[in-house]
Write a protein that binds this ligand. Structure first.
Ligand code: 6PG
Length: 228
């Protein structure tokens, strides 16, 4: 049962991923955010590349990550590496707050949770969506995924993979604008459940302000068309 208090996101669907990325960059330009949270993964890369081409006051912008795989910064799995590559020099003109590697994953997450405290609420948060309904590093299989007593935490989704550090739902909810970026037919089920407010971590976010999903037609293929 979806709580009537839980607002559902507005869905904007585009012909293809490029059109969706252009809209994401347009939203960034319109909002001109100073405190931005960036999701990892493959989907947002093109959006970040287009955003990097915008003429903004980059030196006034603080950038954060929704989550990070606890691997060296030059490891292809690092979200910070992907963001730096996609944003190019803008990542250095702005202040990109990565998860510290000085300490272990749990201490790194704790430090990050303290660091973001001075930047809340976030002006704009980009989110991704996994096929299983995860977002950030909040996985359905992890009993902690709906922890709201901390702003950030670390855990290991499986024994083989790396530790992950992630913002919690409590931190992600502190977003004035939240925009999910979702492409591909493989995400259609997860997106349908997200739009219905079903039982997946991505549907448990409750941003303070505007709540948007940008998708391509393939990902939106499972979402019921609004009546009328
Ligand atoms: C990560 C992301 C994760 C991502 C989804 C979708 O660290 O991988 O934060 O939540 O957004 O897994 O990833 P794709 O965009 O690659 O499908």
């Amino acid at each position: 049962m979806v709580s009537p208090l839980r607002r559902r996101p507005r869905l904007e669907t585009f012909e293809d991923p490029e059109a969706m990325a252009r809209r994401a960059a347009e939203i960034f330009r319109e909002i001109s955010p100073k405190r931005v949270v960036l999701t990892g993964g493959e989907t947002p890369k093109r959006s970040y590349e287009l955003i990097s081409q915008l003429d903004m006051s980059w030196d006034e912008i603080d950038l954060f990550l929704t989550d990070e795989r606890f691997v060296p910064l030059d490891d292809h799995r690092s979200n910070e590496k992907m963001v730096r590559e996609a944003l190019g020099g803008r990542a250095n003109e702005a202040r990109l707050h990565g998860f510290s590697r000085e300490a272990g994953p749990e201490e790194s997450a704790e430090i990050y949770g303290q660091e973001i405290a001075d930047y809340l609420p976030f002006d704009l948060t980009f989110m991704g969506l996994g096929e299983d309904g995860h977002t950030a590093s909040l996985f359905p299989s992890d009993p902690h995924h709906d922890r709201r007593n901390v702003m950030s935490f670390a855990y290991r989704p499986d024994r083989q993979g790396p530790w992950r550090t992630t913002l919690s739902l409590a931190a992600l909810d502190r977003s004035s604008v939240m925009v999910f970026l979702v492409v591909g037919e493989e995400k259609a089920d997860a997106l349908r459940i997200l739009m219905e407010g079903g039982d997946i971590p991505a549907a448990k976010v409750h941003p303070e302000g505007n709540f948007l999903v940008l998708s391509d037609r393939a990902a939106a293929s499972g979402v019921a068309r609004p009546k009328g």
